[in-house]
Design a protein around this ligand. Structure first.
Ligand code: ADP
Length: 857
């Protein structure tokens, strides 16, 4: 317990898994927490002290599952092992914490998802800017970025870290919800300390060579804190590739609501079916490796903003699309490639099992075939964008692959031990030991020959039995010939059995051979793993090349299967989509049932107000525009007959009425907060997609807000905007705003029913069709009849009121109805022309009017 307490004192914030033989034991509070969270039986143990100690344990063999569950719930788990052999230890076995697992820092496969990165992210702040360092220790990726206030949210929304490292008073950000916040002292984020730490870690004199410049100092501070933290959690060593310094202006920022509303990687109706169902990634992810799946996710969440970078990807997709046979061949080979990136990290950390190292080797063995397929695609010298770069920098890693193939047996086991790990012919000592163990047939034959020669007994035999071990058997008739060093062991019917010192030495060697084989295999395996691990930088480079190939091939595959076209990327303002489709919705219906639509947003027609009844397809068109624009920025082909995409600087998608009760804010409040974020950050180069904003309040409130927001975007921001609304009143805006166009999604009325054509047409809808939709949804007939009646009434009333006021403000007919006759009257009063008596009478009249109004309302 003294040892336990000493170790626990250094791991206060973690649950300590204390290794005792075949169990990890937890004591005190840890035991109570674990028994609560994992449903373990809580027992007590008296260790000689006065009080009983609460205790809970898990078997070592099943530990990963328990660790996974604890970590998933946001706990840290410190794994404390026995670090010397129990049999050799004098006194208490030495124990050390070899690793602390947290939600953001995990390497074991069971704790990770194949298709996404697992980031831990440190945030430093200085002068209103944030420095962000994010690491995925399982892939060795380290990213640095410096962002301002507006840039933080989109960056974190993209990385979705599981854990944050922050100093006191961290920035508040929705991406932090549900993640573990680990507080560190302010000095940890010190830039000078970080410089030393990073230079030492990457073995460089100055950080310039790593691409870290003077603007990145805040991010550097974050990286320092992060690295120090990782070293604490993994005292055995941390394997990180050289940092990727992100230039934030190279990425199209997507805030969380846009990511969610466009359903890029998670569905709004999630928790049904598979995770990717109903999302863009679900359509695009035809990658065959987990690293490819991770990279695709990264690409989707970080669209590019540089024309040349986008074209470089499009060129590659184009090349792959044009070479179906070579592409299929490459994809076929890739299907046999395992998670090279994570396997390489494990090798570098000295944590791979023989089977994993063997899988790494087999995967590397696929490289030449992939290169072969790629060369075919780039051969004719035309520009193939990133594909040309990939082929140019290709590394087959034949040496590493051959080393692994030569050293390991074909079917390498999970652990060194019972089965052979190291192949025959690799090591002479190991081969000898094995020969010895395997009955040592040769050695036996040799000893037998030697003894026959020495004694002259031609019938002498060397044999083995379980009770006596190795023996020399001499028949009765030859017993007089045995030398003095023969020791009798057993008498048998027609002779005697003896041992000799030579034979005993042999036996000794055979019996210890198994142990020595295991030891030798371990040495050889560790050496191999170290050799492979030392090549981690090359392996990671090639893993990344493979992931890119996987993603590009997947994009080409989808493009061909789904009939996508290459978008034309421009630096102009216009966004034109001919016969565009929604990539996800079209997949949910039979082929060719989806109705394609054209959308054009140009400088002189930059705002589209989209009206039409519920269910007509407004949201679909709105998101389709966003998705097509986004896919183009990612470097993917797009679902359209043709598309011309002017590069955007931001993409916003706000969908009304998406409740956020979980966050404890009213829907309307959230909606307004999000809308104001858009108005404050959008520029003329942005694309803003608004679906039904202003809905969460009364109609007049709502229409007024929607009206004012549209005016602002049209006049002040000048961005491309699509505004879908069922407030057909907003179509009147076209009279006022020159670059605003009305469109509606057509419906046909047949009798009192409506048919959805899903076709976009110029002009606004004149009514909402809400009642018809209610009928489709099964409202009882009486309710429908009554609703129609009421609607007629209300419409007549509004008509009457607005014609009465029409002369005051013709283009704002709607609002006149809501303006106040009393106010109008007050405005018309000329106070100077009133006598005191007239004033009193007027006052009396006005106040009566006000009282009547109050009663009427
Ligand atoms: P709204 O936003 O106008 O209420 P939605 O965009 O949600 O309508 O569309 C309602 C449904 O209509 C969709 O779920 C889809 O099944 C269908 N739909 C929408 N657009 C199309 C289209 N272009 N072609 C075929 N079906 C469509």
């Amino acid at each position: 317990m003294q040892q336990y307490r000493e170790i626990k004192s250094r791991h206060q914030d973690a649950i300590l898994f204390f290794r005792m033989g075949e169990f990890y034991e937890m004591f005190y509070d840890d035991a109570e927490t674990a028994s609560r969270t994992l449903g373990l039986t809580l027992t007590t143990r008296n260790n000689g002290g006065a009080a009983d100690v609460p205790l809970a344990g898990v078997p070592v063999k099943a530990a990963t599952e328990y660790v996974r569950r604890l970590v998933q719930q946001g706990f840290r788990v410190a794994i404390c092992e026995q670090v010397e052999d129990q049999r050799l230890a004098k006194g208490i076995v030495r124990r050390e914490v070899i690793e602390t697992v947290t939600p953001g820092v995990a390497i074991a496969d069971d704790l990770l998802e194949g298709a996404r990165n697992n980031y831990v992210c440190a945030i430093a702040s200085a002068d209103g800017r944030y420095g962000v360092a994010a690491a995925d220790v399982s892939t060795g990726e380290l990213r640095l970025a410096a962002v301002d206030d507006d840039g933080l949210e989109p960056l974190l929304a993209r990385l979705t870290p599981r854990e944050f490292l922050v100093a006191a008073a961290p920035p508040r950000c929705s991406a932090m919800e549900g993640a573990l916040l680990t507080e560190r002292e302010a000095w940890e984020f010190d830039v000078e300390l970080a410089r030393d730490e990073l230079a030492r870690h990457f073995g460089v004199l100055t950080l310039d060579g790593l691409g870290i410049g003077p603007d990145d100092t805040t991010a550097l501070g974050a990286a320092g804190a992060l690295l120090r933290y990782l070293k604490e959690l993994q005292p055995g060593g941390v394997s990180l590739s050289r940092p990727i310094v992100e230039r934030v202006d190279g990425v199209l920022p997507l805030d969380e609501m846009t990511r969610r509303n466009l359903e890029l990687v998670e569905s709004l109706r999630s928790s049904q079916g598979s995770e990717n169902a109903g999302t863009l990634i679900g359509v695009l992810d035809r990658t065959t490796t987990p690293m490819g799946a991770r990279l695709l996710r990264q690409w989707l969440l970080a669209p590019l903003t540089s024309k040349s970078a986008i074209e470089a990807r499009l060129d590659a997709v184009d090349a792959m699309a044009a070479a179906p046979i070579a592409r299929e061949a490459v994809r076929g080979v890739l299907a046999g490639v395992r998670d090279l990136e994570r396997l390489a990290t494990k090798a570098a950390l000295g944590r791979s099992t023989p089977r994993e190292l063997s899988a790494l080797g087999t995967s590397l063995g696929c490289l030449p075939s992939v290169r072969h397929g790629l060369t075919e695609m780039v051969e004719d010298g035309a520009t193939r964008g990133v594909l040309t770069d990939i082929v140019g920098a290709w590394d087959d890693c034949t040496d590493v692959a051959a080393d692994i193939a030569r050293t390991l047996v074909d079917d390498a086991p999970i652990a060194v031990g019972d089965q052979a790990t190291i192949a025959a012919g690799v090591d002479a000592e190991l081969d000898d030991l094995r020969a010895l163990r395997d009955g040592g047939r040769d050695s036996i034959a040799r000893i037998q020959a030697e003894e026959r020669e020495r004694t002259g007994i031609q019938s002498l035999k060397v044999g083995f039995n379980r009770v006596f071990g190795y023996y020399i058997e001499v028949t009765k008739s030859n017993l007089h010939l045995i030398p003095p060093d023969y020791q009798r062991r057993q008498t048998i019917t027609n002779g005697e059995r003896f041992v000799t010192p030579t034979l005993q030495a042999h036996e000794e060697r055979v019996l210890t051979a198994s142990e020595r084989i295991e030891q030798r295999e371990r040495e050889l395996f560790d050496a191999l793993r170290a050799r492979v691990g030392s090549q981690v930088a090359r392996l990671h480079a090639v893993a990344r090349a493979l992931s890119a190939v996987d993603v590009l091939a997947a994009l080409a595959e989808v493009a061909m299967r789904e009939g996508y076209v290459r978008p034309r990327i421009t630096t102009d303002y216009a966004l034109r989509v001919t016969a565009g489709r929604h990539p996800v919705v079209e997949r949910m219906m039979p082929r060719d049932k989806f109705v394609p639509n054209d959308v054009e947003l140009t400088d002189d027609a930059r705002v589209i107000v989209l009206t039409g009844p519920n269910m007509a397809g407004k949201s679909t068109i709105l998101r389709q525009v966003g998705l097509i624009a986004l896919m183009a920025h990612v470097g993917s082909f797009v679902p359209a007959a043709a598309a011309e995409i002017g590069i955007l600087d931001r993409l916003f998608t706000r969908v009304g009425a998406s409740d956020n009760l979980a966050r404890g804010q009213s829907t309307f409040m959230v909606e307004m907060a999000e809308t104001s974020a858009i108005l404050n950050t959008a520029t003329a180069r942005s694309l803003v997609l608004l679906d039904e904003i202003g809905r969460g309040t009364s109609t007049y409130d709502g229409v007024s807000i929607a009206w004012a927001v549209t005016e602002y975007l049209h006049n002040k921001t000048g961005c491309k905007t699509v505004f879908a609304t069922h407030y057909h009143e907003l179509t009147q805006l076209a009279d006022e705003l020159v670059a605003l166009r009305n469109y509606n999604v057509a419906v046909r009325e047949v009798g009192d029913r409506i048919l959805f054509a899903h076709r976009l047409e110029p002009g606004g809808a004149d009514r909402s069709y809400g009642i018809e939709v209610g009928r489709l949804a099964g409202l009882p007939d009486v309710v429908l009849v009554r609703a129609r009646e009421l609607l007629r009434l209300l419409e007549n009333e509004q008509l009457a009121r607005s014609t009465a006021r029409a002369s005051d403000s013709p283009q704002l007919g709607l609002f006149v109805a809501s303006s106040d006759p009393l106010v109008d009257r007050l405005a018309k009063i000329d106070v100077n022309a009133l006598t005191p008596l007239q004033a009193l009478t007027l006052l009396e009249e006005l106040s009566r009017g006000a009282r009547d109004r109050a009663v009427a309302d």
